[in-house]
Design a protein around this ligand. Structure first.
Ligand code: NIG
Ligand code: FE
Length: 410
């Protein structure tokens, strides 16, 4: 089946060859073709170019006049499997409590742990599937989903099975991450070392054996997990053939980025607090920094110093962090907008961070992230707009008209 998309006002993120991750000033350019065509054959991108070279033989055609095409967003950091909500904590924060104070009272992540342990697998699946369907309509075509609200082998497996079921039932590409080290569960209170041992000796081996996770994560933060504990978890994951993606420097500079680079961690996520030593460490390795600006927005904490990272010629990825506590939204259009408005990325940089570079954060760069022949035909068509700047500029509007995933209209 061959479909021609014609009269595309502007076709974005067009890369002739598989482009390596964009660093520093390379992120300024978002290559595009104006008045373009795109040919999709089955689930793949077969051809593209200027309208005057559009092919004449095809099975069907779609008129894209006045509208633009962008490859699907890749959201490399979410926690969309959770039970209930944390609306009361949202109001508590408005009334003056901090995220840390709420956690110390037994709320925060532990609030979601209690709810998740009491929820059935079916209930969790239904809620997560509804969230995923909303995100697909908002342009996300590849997503990472973490566990981390179970914190016991049984409850973590329940979450990972929900993620597996989503993988089986939806055309969006999903990567699963085991986040056992998210917080200390009540049954291990006062015995943090015992919990880290349970993660390394019981949970990671079993989850690896069942093939339920692509990555391992840990919350490396003051009051949660230390640099040494996180290193132990990363090294255990490596032993079982799993790479790590680490939550780090969200609230405090914890001096752990150097360790993450040494241990060949795939991505370090959050980085609201960044020190010069962290930048120096990132420059020495291949670990990718990931900013989560809508988390900063929602809980009123500093934004990742994106310009400082780019000035150091580092790559940058942006993701949503969709979770019930710090970011109850997975709208990547709003992530792009917040990156522009609050982190001072140009729209070109923000789209590169949310598509091409984000593909590297989930190791799907050979299949997704750009309009390249042979890659998956996963993209969105905008409503009629003046320029692609409208997406961050009209930050509260839904400007996506149609979504295609693997060549199929959603
Ligand atoms: O990425 N900081 C750690 N984990 C999540 C928040 C989890 C929660 O509050 O439920 C985050 O912000
Ligand atoms: Fe997170």
């Amino acid at each position: 089946m061959k479909t021609l998309f014609y009269n595309i006002k502007e076709l974005f993120q067009v890369r002739e060859n598989n482009q390596s991750i964009l660093k520093g000033s390379e992120m300024k350019e978002l290559p595009s073709i104006k008045n373009a065509f795109l040919v999709v054959e089955d689930d793949l991108i077969a051809d593209y170019g200027s309208m005057e070279n559009a092919p004449k033989d095809f099975d069907e055609s779609v008129d894209v006049s006045g509208k633009m095409i962008m490859p699907s967003y890749i959201d490399s950091h979410t926690h969309i499997v959770y039970a209930g909500n944390r609306e009361q904590e949202f109001v508590d924060r408005i009334n003056g409590l901090s995220y840390d104070e709420i956690y110390k009272r037994g709320g925060g992540i532990l609030n979601s742990v209690e709810k998740l342990r009491n929820a059935s697998e079916d209930e969790l699946y239904r809620d997560a599937a509804a969230r995923l369907e909303e995100l697909i309509a908002l342009g996300t075509g590849v997503i990472e989903i973490k566990s981390g609200y179970g914190l016991s082998l049984e409850a973590e497996l329940k979450m990972l099975r929900v993620i597996k079921k989503l993988q089986e039932n939806y055309p969006v590409k999903i990567k699963a991450t085991f986040l056992g080290a998210h917080a200390i569960p009540p049954e291990f209170k006062g015995n943090q070392a015992g919990f880290v041992d349970a993660i390394c000796n019981e949970m990671i081996p079993e989850i690896a054996k069942l093939g339920l996770a692509d990555y391992v994560d840990a919350f490396l933060e003051t009051g949660y997990f230390t640099v040494d504990e996180t290193r132990k978890i990363i090294q255990t994951a490596t032993k079982f053939g799993l790479k790590s993606k680490i939550h780090i420097n969200q609230f405090t500079a914890i001096n752990g980025i150097e360790m993450c680079v040494e241990e060949n961690v795939l991505t370090v996520d959050h980085l609201e607090v960044v020190e010069d030593v962290d930048i120096e460490a990132l420059k020495k390795g291949n670990t990718i920094p990931v900013a989560l600006p809508t988390c900063s927005y929602f809980i009123s904490i500093p934004y990742t110093p994106a310009r400082k990272l780019l000035d150091a010629n580092l790559p940058l990825v942006i993701a949503s962090d969709y979770n019930p506590g710090t970011t109850p939204s997975g709208n990547m259009n709003f992530v792009v907008a917040t990156s522009c408005i609050k982190m001072k990325l140009t729209p070109e940089e923000a789209f590169n961070a949310a598509t091409l570079n984000a593909a590297y954060a989930l190791e799907v760069e050979n299949e997704y992230g750009s309009i390249t022949k042979g890659k998956k035909a996963s993209f969105f068509i905008t409503k009629p707009i003046h320029s692609i700047y409208a997406i961050p500029y009209n930050f509260g509007s839904d400007l996506i008209e149609t979504v295609y995933l693997n060549g199929k209209k959603q």
